[in-house]
Design a protein around this ligand. Sequence first.
Ligand code: GLC
Length: 458
Amino acid sequence: MRNVHVHRHPGRSLRPASLRAAALAAVAMTAVVLGGCSSSPGSSNATSSSAATVAAPGTANSGNITWWASPITSSGADPRTVLVTAFEKAYPDIKVKLISAPTDTDTNRATLTTQISGGAGPDVYMGDVIWPAQFAAHQLADPLSKYLPASYFGTFAPGLVAGATYKGQVYGAPFFEDQGFLYYRKDLLAKNNMKVPTTWEELMTDSRTIQSKGEAQYGYVFQGASYEGATCNFMEFLTDAGGAVLNKDSTSSAVNSAAALKALKFEQELVTSGVSPKAESTYQELQSMNEFSAGKSVFLRNWDYGYSTSQAAGSAVVGKVGVAPMPTFGGESTPGYSNIGGWNLYVNPHSQNVAADLTFIKWMTGNDAQKILATQFSEIPTNQAVRTSADVIKSNAVLAVVPQTKLVPRPAQTPFYPQVSTAIYTNVSAVLAGSKTPATALKDADSAINSALSGGGL
Ligand code: GLC
């Protein structure tokens, strides 16, 4: 299997073999954990399902389709309209109506599931990489492998298609990949003779030094609100500390552990020490991004687009931002873990023009669209040819760091994942808000996860 996370980027040394092995393991784990399926249609072997494709209903080169997508970035040009305009130029007889979806992935999913279960909804929707199991189990997405051949799925970076697969069928076309990154203020670190922190402890100490000199109000801004993003951030602290959410065969919770306690106590200390804002328990991506772009924080945890957004017009930190892999706890092997996120394109089972939907999806995952996403919006492309192109890597500060990242997926292989994640983020956020102790929060999360896995959460 090719390892997509190892780019032969000119002028960069290759990552150490141990890191490569860890990344490979993480990709393999994503395949199993995200997709719940160990055979990847993205690999060279065709799956049995994609071998027997059927013709998609409708007309491939004309018609009107609706596209449901949340804003991909939070300032600067809107990638969705840039892409739709370019698509309509390539296919003048297909008109795409963009429907702006809610930014919060949970609200987005809830709105969409209500519409689709009611027999309505958009033709194509941009949906989270954590949705396939739930959406497949509830017939909320049309399996794309019904219509598209294995050669199409072979154009993606390894691991991604497996993540969009449930019980042998591929439900989503990988559109862009997200990973957690550490953004830092180059100017402030240089002024203080500090290197980019590789441990959480170092990040805490450096933050306090810089804050005490009045050079920044906050040290670290991240996502701690009671929503999916808090699960992503917790996954990183938890895995750094050596813990996991579920046991090995994903049958029960493993979250009430010493490692999880260490992780959550650290998150709590970020807030109680003032390194992170008092209001961290209300921060989604937008709030943390805004603080950082306003020059108020030394460090930010955010996804790929954080780089281009920090450099967009109106930002106070243009030219002052660096990007690095996440830190880990002292004594652990560096770097820390980055959670895998990202978005796929799905087809609504009620769509009347699946052929045009597929034309749109193929274009969006092809060279032109993927290049736009990667070079203009610092997204990680899913298309392997674009992702490994030296020109693209050169123009995307985030992509250049990808070879060093160590990935951890969320345990989204179960249709009960929304309940599992709710158990995590409500409790983590309660700790950040000061309304629960870390020990109580983990006990509560543990029993809520076990009840979700037994079907009690539905
Ligand atoms: C990003 C990720 C997505 C994640 C969400 C959480 O959009 O791509 O996977 O669920 O953030 O806020």
